[in-house]
Ligand binder design. Sequence first.
Ligand code: ADP
Length: 706
Amino acid sequence: MSRKFIKIFIIFFIGSLLLSACTYSDISTTDTPKAVDGILDLTDWDWKENGVVNLNGQWEFYWQELFTPGDFKETTPIKERDLIILPRAWNKLLIDEEELTGEGYGTYRLRIYHPDDEILGIKIPRIFTSYNLWVNGELIASAGKVSNDNQQTIPQYLPQVKYIHPETDVIELVVQVANYRHRSGGILESIQMGSASEITEVRTRNLALELFLFGSLFIIGFYHLVLFLFRTKDRTTLYFGIYSIIIGLRTLLVGEIYFIHLFPNFNWEIAHKIQTLAYYLSVPLVLLFLRAAFPYDVSRKVNTFIQIIASSFGLLVLLMPVKVFTPFNPLYQFFSLMVFAYVLYIIMTTCYRKREGAYLIGIGLTTLVLTAINDILFLSTLLSDTNNHFLRSIITRGNLSSWGLLIFVFTQSLVVAKKFSKSFSSVELLSEQLKHANLNLEEKVKERTRALETSKNELKKAYEAVSRSEKSLQCLMQNISHDLRTPLSAIKGYVNAILDGVVNEPQSQNKYLKRVIGKTDHLNHMVQELLDLSQLQSQQLKLEFTEIPVKTLIENLSEKYELDMLNEKVQFKVYYPNKWINDANNIEALSVRVDIDKLERVFSNLLTNALKYTSDKDKVQISFDMTRDQKNLLVNVSDTGVGISQEDLPHIFDRFYMVSKARQANSSGLGLAIVKEIVKYHGGKVWAESELGKGSDFFFTLPIHS
Ligand code: ADP
């Protein structure tokens, strides 16, 4: 809130400074006495109190005569005089019923009755286009060369201030003017008279303001051109820069025409061309600027049309002498007024459409356009070729557009500053977002990489598993065919021996037949195992669970296997915690839900393995305990046999996996896979711990059912 207030205050402050600078009007007043019949009566005029007088009104005018003050000394009139109401061009003046053109020469005369004897200042504006000025018979100022001959006349614009000390009551002003180069001839702006100090002040103030304007516009112009060089995408700065420089230059060529003091011998034609070109080019530049600022609002066709017209007029100025192109000036002035009307229309549409910066640019451009219209009217033939046009009281100065431009410069700078600060803010915001996005992105990349890594590992594992099982399958086929073929060929051998009569004796025959039965049992066992496993794995097998106290289970198993193992070469023992014996109630309260047949299968597989991979004097034992969380019965079948390498250990529960070194004739690689499936069916887990040469421990759990 307070920021906004400060902003508005600063804008208001600078704006009002500029406004007060440009509304600062001349000291001269418009309701000063006017000359009548070639005489200006200032007897009641107080120079100090009433200020500067514009020497306007009826002057004596002698067309096609170049009189000097001496010629007026005669008592009889030298020629019948005419009267002309200044300021105006002599164009279109009726003399001897003939309308004058701008070309020609003449003499002006004015007598002034003035109050007292004082040093006075005369401020002479630019006069079209050469003059000599006498005061009380003394030639005090001239510009260019006055002559009745076209070739001899040299044009020059030279506004100047001169001081006089009239000792008589009447001041006589005689001005010779000649023009062959401009469309308009004569005294188009007011000659001013006042106390020396005030006239000096008017001149100094005008010069100071114009130089200030020139400097400001030039610097602003260059600044915008440099801005454009840094950012060629935005064309508004280019057009605005050129515009400011052009108008800055023009400021030096109009008004007090300071330029002529810098280059006194500068060619009048060229200076005039530069000044006119500055005006001609400024009109299409405004349009170009507007189009760059509001591309969607300014019609392309209108813009092209304006550029073509303006360029043609520009070429005319460049290629033709001043006398030729100045008659076209009214046309171009009319054209400019049309363009300005269009500009005002565009300003209204952009404000209505709420385009960015429309209000600021609108305020600046409207001021510029209005001041430019003022200047155009001031210099127009409408005013310069007529007596006392009512607009003369409104339009008193011809170089307001530079001030208008200064206001426009101010508003445009605000737009640029606003644009910059907006861009800075959005850059800040974007970089903040980018930073955030980068962090997020990094995090996401890391996350994805991790996920990819995991799935890669999983794929690798799966691939390994697939290739392993494929290998196992191959192995199994080989093993099965081998394992089937060996007993089958043995059976065939035994039966052939009997049939061929090699074995004749009934006793021997009996022995052979028993061997045949043994082999078929083994075959049967293998086929059964395969069948069981495939059923288990495809979940087709229905288990018959019965709840059985842990104590009973242990007793039954111990009894059964202790008996079975009696005949084996190894030492066998069943262990369970001492407290189970001492606290029979405790153990009796625990039970498991098992399919007893399948569970026996687990034990027999594990024990068969233990026996297979042990030798004499090794120990095999079964231990029962509870898992640490007391939720499962933990069974451990251990032996002190050959053990399993760390390499093989993770795979021994896989289907068909066999450690080749340990391969035995009655191995199928299915035993542990069946164990795993059965334990899984019971809701338990199975694992093994082993070291090569140090025996193996097989563990499995059974959930306690309480
Ligand atoms: P197999 O019918 O070949 O014994 P298993 O699935 O029962 O098939 O066992 C897989 C492999 O695990 C066996 O080839 C063997 O090398 C190893 N193995 C199983 N039990 C033991 C053990 N108690 N001691 C050493 N190796 C064992």
